[in-house]
Design a protein around this ligand. Sequence first.
Ligand SMILES: Cc1ncc(COP(=O)(O)O)c(C=O)c1O
Length: 442
Amino acid sequence: MARYPESNVFHRPLGRDMPVIDRGAGALLWDQAGRRYIDGSGGAVVVNIGHGRGEVAAAMAEQAGRAAYVHGTHFTSEAIESYARRLAAYTPGDCNRLYLVSGGSEANETAVKMARAFHLANKQPSRFKTVRRSISYHGNTLTTLALSGRPNLQAPYKPMLPHVAETMAPFCYHCPLGKSYPSCEVACVDELEATILREGPETVSAFIAEPILGASAGAGVPPEDYARRAREICTKHGVLYIDDEVMCGFGRTGRWFGIEWSGVQPDLVTCGKGMTGGYMPVGAVLASERIVDTLLKGGGFVHGFTFSHNAVTAAAAARTLDILEQENLVERARVAGETLLARLQSLLAHPHVGDVRGRGLMLGVELVADKATRKPFPRAEKKAEAVFARAFEHGLVTYPGGGCADGVNGDSFMISPPFVITDAESAELVAILDRSLTELGL
Ligand SMILES: Cc1ncc(COP(=O)(O)O)c(C=O)c1O
């Protein structure tokens, strides 16, 4: 165990004992004390291809040994050129121009700047605003935190955050309109148009949305019509559609990209996490032809980071892509997800498990104080964190989140194991959750 102040590391949870990881294989992890864990959330919904893939490490070592670093304004590499070419076969619509960065927040920050640069090149300099949804997460830099519908995370930094326009989230379990699908006719999407009109369409640059609401809502799946109608509204008002696939992308929902379920073509796609399965820090923007052509004619895109377009990252991503293809893992995520979702449904027998939801292996469980009214526990009770801690003691890693009910209250946790999880591990995962919930009286 390591802990501040004995440890010199500024750990994320300050003042907690941190087990030290030893190794991982498939969906399993072992710490230095020899304890075994099922990685039931793939960390933060990252580890798609599974732990311990020596072939990814070898591909990275090969590239690092050959040419580890060149600046993105000086050279390109065969690693990134061939990867971008191959990836184009899977990207939504014609979003097949890869801008590689080092994390999902960097990707979203890049995307909103790219959208703004597009409007400038298109002679529409008044467009600069982005519309976010009321329950969402797009990152933790100041701009991407502002883009996130996470009042509890924003609160301490509020004076530092730029203004971002907000529309309601299509979150059916806590419908902001008190309606239910399909009789609601997806009325929540009308609010997007109202928001754009209220802000002034000539000032709005982009709309940002995840295909499935990620950790901020414990895998809430919107009705497919939502994305289709949102796309129409954006097109009508000249607003770019940024599809945040940082969590949903690379097979997590049982398709290569989450937006495929609705058949919508975005203008910009952002990625991260599963793109390298956790083997390298990664993020990317996939831009459509129209965006890149316009930027080229307008004089280019002045942006970038020291580690943009990194060849070792591209090598890790390419080997991850090989594995997803060769082992048919996207289909496996869909099938294993159906089985796991069915198993998780048994947890609904617990008095405070209000909902179990998701798609593919992007699944979530929500705890409520009252099932009939769906009333959340007060956030201060930290029920999701309590389940995390108890399950961790029993050898299961989950990914808790707070705020799904109203932005502040609401307890959910993600269940999103590596796609290679075995059937026995999937059953064991649910058994540990069952036991943990029982012990906590939830
Ligand atoms: C949907 C979504 N977008 C963006 C991010 C930010 O990515 P990162 O933590 O790599 O900066 C996350 C991280 O959880 C995410 O889930």
